[in-house]
Structure formats: structure tokens, C-alpha cells
Design a protein around this ligand. Structure first.
Ligand code: F6P
Length: 323
């Protein structure tokens, strides 16, 4: 079937995530396969407003599949949130003959894509964030790489905690979402996992540590999502209360970098190809995702209105088996 669009743009927006490059590569190759021209837009919506674009052909995306970060850079644009900024972005699309846009990013980036779609620029969103907090998909690009990184780091911390019979409080990313903390916590056997979605306090943590102690446990890992509390303060309190030497580690941006896992590369490749298929079919205002290992797409506004239930069964299981 002949494509309904002749030229599309691709941009990455918001916090970067490993696998974004794999998605860009897939978009470019899938588009070129269908005879569609592609321009890469640098620095997200800010670059779109500024007309900061580059032509992308199949060889321009060679050797990026394995690389973390995003070759197109990423940014958060305040100007794009204004009607004036949006109109500038639309004018650039018209000038450059961009008939559709693939937006790779999180919820904030989706909102921008919805606004552009409503003003006549067909957009398709690809979920890219390490937080995995996008409701319309089971998995976002970057989540798997991020949790594997956290697991690797926490395993190392555990080695030394075990040798010295200490406790370690590890702060992981996720200002508003506890998926990284929960999955990494299960995979590393953390004694307690604190996430924004489930109310808990340091008193609960200490209770769990004391229970474990009675059962012969001599080293403890506590994982805290960054949105919940301060690892340094918690460590001090745990040490003062229990007498167990406690150290704090804030993992920070190490979690957002690195070469994507095979899972993120495959996922990103599938999303990129699917997003192009939708634009080529004349669709607009869609987001792609994965549900029970099947590719799905939704209306962008419906997707943004969906409520993501925190997996309490997983959270409770983590608590039960971490004694
Ligand atoms: O959205 C991804 C994320 O890494 C969050 O987990 C974190 O809270 C935030 O971005 C940090 O943002 P930045 O480093 O860009 O300020």
C-alpha cells in the first residue's frame, strides 16, 4: 500500500532512555523501506521550534543500535507549551514538508504530540522512559536496561554489606513512580522497597529489619525510590535506632545511561517500525505500546487518561519473600 505521507520527522524528548537510538534507527529504516523521507529533529520540541533538523538516511543511523542516550539529543521545552511556540513548530513542519512526526518520550512528550495532532500535524508516540510509568504500555524503552543496571550495582553493594554485616539504603530513580525500585528490589532480594505509590515510613523499614535480625539475617538492603525519601537521612535514622552500621548510596544518572539490553533493543525496533506503519497508513494522534507481548496502539488522549494500577501483588510478594 502506498504511504499516505512522504516525509516524516523523528524526535526524542524528556529524560533520555537507553534504546532511544535503536528506536530512531528503526524509524529511519522502516520509513526508507516504504519510500518515506526522514528528518531527525535535534533537542526535542525546542529543536522543532528552532528548525534544527537533519536529513536521516539508512547509513546515518548505522552503529547506534547499541549506544545509550540519543543521537538526536533530548530537551524539555517551556516555549513549546505556549500557543506561540506550538505555532512556530507547525510553521517549521510546513516549511520543511514534514507530514508526520514520531515522538519518542514520556507522558509530557505525549501531551505535546497530542497538541500538534490536534493542529493538523499527525503524530505517533513511542514510550521511552526508564520509569516505565506510561499507562498505555506494559514496557517502555529503557526500563529493562535501567533495572539491570540497578541490579548490577546493588549486587556489588550487597557483597560488601555482607562482609561487614551492614545495612545499605540505595536510592534509585523514579520521582513519581516506583517500578524501578520494585523490580530492582525483587531482583536483588531487598529487605524493604519504598515507592511513591505505597505509603510507608522508616519505622516500617526498621520493623522489617528487626524481624529479619531475629531470623538470623545480618545484612540488609533497603531500596528507596527518589520521590519517597532521602537515603542519607534514612541511613542515619536506621543506624541510630538499630545500631547496625548503615550506609547510603544514591545511584543517580548511572541508571539512565549505558548500552541497551537486547530486550530494549528489540522493543525499540518494534515500536519504531510500528509507528512508521501507522503514519504511512494515514493515522494520527496514536501511541504505540506492548500488551501481553502484543504490539498495540491507542488514541493518544485515551492513553493519557488511562490509570496505571501499581502491581500490588508484586509488591506484597516482594515483602513476603524478603524476610
Ligand atoms: O523520567 C526519568 C527520570 O530519570 C526520573 O526517574 C527522574 O526523577 C528524572 O528523570 C530526573 O530528571 P533529570 O535528571 O532530567 O532532571
Amino acid at each position: 500500500m502506498e504511504s499516505k505521507v512522504k516525509k516524516i520527522g523523528v524526535l526524542t524528548s524528556g529524560g533520555d532512555a537507553p534504546g532511544m537510538n535503536a528506536a530512531i534507527r528503526s524509524v529511519v529504516r522502516a520509513a526508507r523501506y516504504r519510500g518515506i523521507e526522514v528528518v531527525g529533529i535535534r533537542r526535542g520540541y525546542a529543536g522543532l521550534i528552532a528548525g534544527d533538523t537533519m536529513e536521516l538516511d539508512v547509513r546515518d543511523v548505522s552503529n547506534i543500535l547499541h549506544a545509550g542516550g540519543t543521537m538526536l539529543y533530548s530537551a524539555r521545552s517551556k516555549e513549546f507549551c505556549t500557543e506561540e511556540g506550538m505555532q512556530k513548530a507547525i510553521a517549521v513542519c510546513k516549511e520543511q514538508g514534514i507530514e508526520g512526526l514520531v515522538v519518542i518520550g514520556g507522558d509530557g512528550s505525549y501531551r505535546g504530540a497530542g497538541d500538534l495532532s490536534a493542529r493538523g500535524i499527525p503524530c505517533v508516540g513511542i514510550p521511552g522512559t526508564i520509569d516505565n510509568d506510561i499507562t498505555s504500555t506494559d514496557y517502555t524503552i529503557g526500563f529493562d536496561t535501567c533495572i539491570n543496571c540497578v541490579v548490577d550495582m546493588v549486587d556489588r553493594i550487597r557483597d560488601t554489606m555482607r562482609s561487614h554485616e551492614r545495612c545499605s539504603v540505595v536510592e534509585v530513580m523514579g520521582r513519581h513512580a516506583g517500578y524501578v525500585a520494585l523490580h530492582a528490589g525483587i531482583a536483588t532480594g531487598a529487605t524493604f522497597v519504598m515507592v511513591p505509590e505505597v505509603p510507608s515510613s522508616v519505622v516500617d523499614v526498621i520493623k522489617k529489619i528487626e524481624e529479619g535480625r531475629k531470623l538470623g539475617k545480618s545484612n540488609f538492603i533497603v531500596i528507596v525510590a527518589e520521590g519517597v525519601g532521602n537515603a542519607e537521612d534514612m541511613s542515619r535514622y536506621i543506624q541510630e535506632t538499630t545500631g547496625i552500621v548503615t550506609r547510603a548510596t544514591i545511584l543517580g544518572h548511572v541508571q539512565r545511561g549505558g548500552s541497551p539490553t537486547s530486550r530494549d533493543r528489540v522493543l525499540a525496533s518494534q515500536y519504531g517500525n510500528f509507528a512508521v506503519e501507522l503514519l504511512a497508513a494515514g493515522k494520527s494522534n496514536r501511541v504505540v505500546g506492548m500488551r501481553k507481548d502484543e504490539l498495540v496502539d491507542y488514541d493518544l488522549h485515551e492513553a493519557l487518561a488511562m490509570k496505571k494500577e501499581f502491581p500490588m501483588d508484586l509488591y506484597n510478594m516482594s515483602d513476603i519473600i524478603s524476610i
